[in-house]
Design a protein. Structure first.
Length: 203
């Protein structure tokens, strides 16, 4: 079965979904919608938003984390151990909350943006990455199990890339996230995806 990921024809929330699908060898196609075309698609989208995943003619899944979890389960990137699964959910939720707070910084008025960046960096970013730093150090640069990528590792990789893309500074609060990024990028399937035109950040 080939799934269809639908999102805007630009980098954003779908990059995590494609990264998970690529790493887990989950067959998919990507349908990019131009911003100009979105008004005609929006009324037919549940919640009036993207991304969404067309599983088959009778079922479409919405909400980024629900889709990410589904694709991770399909691709063997979701832990089968209950405690590890619960821990991965904790980490992914904390990253989702962090990303939500960072988006507010990105959207802040220009005259307040530097102040908001500082508040974010010294508060939520420092706290969350401080937690992950300890975990990554104990597991050789992985979040759940040393030597094994999960959807949590891929989400931390994605969030760190987004922070850098929009001028966020994570280097002051972590010594080990770069090790995780190296672990992710050393995966042959990830490497192939990042170097391909399917990776919209490359364009």
């Amino acid at each position: 079965m080939v799934y269809e990921i639908v999102y805007f024809n630009s980098p954003g929330r779908a990059e995590l979904l494609k990264l998970i699908a690529e790493t887990g060898s989950v067959p998919y196609t990507f349908k990019g919608i131009n911003k100009e075309e979105w008004p005609q698609h929006k009324p037919n989208a549940r919640y009036g938003q993207v991304p969404f995943l067309k599983v088959n003619e009778n079922f479409t899944l919405y909400q980024t984390l629900a889709i990410a979890r589904f694709l991770a389960q399909e691709g063997g990137l979701y832990p089968t151990d209950k405690l590890q699964a619960a821990t991965s959910e904790e980490y992914v939720t904390s990253l989702e909350e962090l990303l939500t707070k960072f988006i507010k910084v990105v959207l802040a008025p220009e005259d307040k943006k530097e102040e908001e960046k500082k508040i974010f960096a010294e508060g939520p970013l420092k706290t969350v990455f401080g937690v992950f730093d300890k975990v990554l150090e104990s597991k050789d640069g992985y979040l759940i199990e040393s030597g094994k990528l999960t959807w949590a590792d891929l989400y931390l990789f994605e969030v760190s890339c987004l922070l850098e893309q929009y001028g966020g500074d994570v280097s002051s609060f972590t010594n080990v996230v770069n090790k995780l990024r190296d672990n992710v990028k050393s995966n042959e399937k990830v490497k192939a995806y990042l170097e391909s035109d399917r990776n919209l950040r490359k364009k």
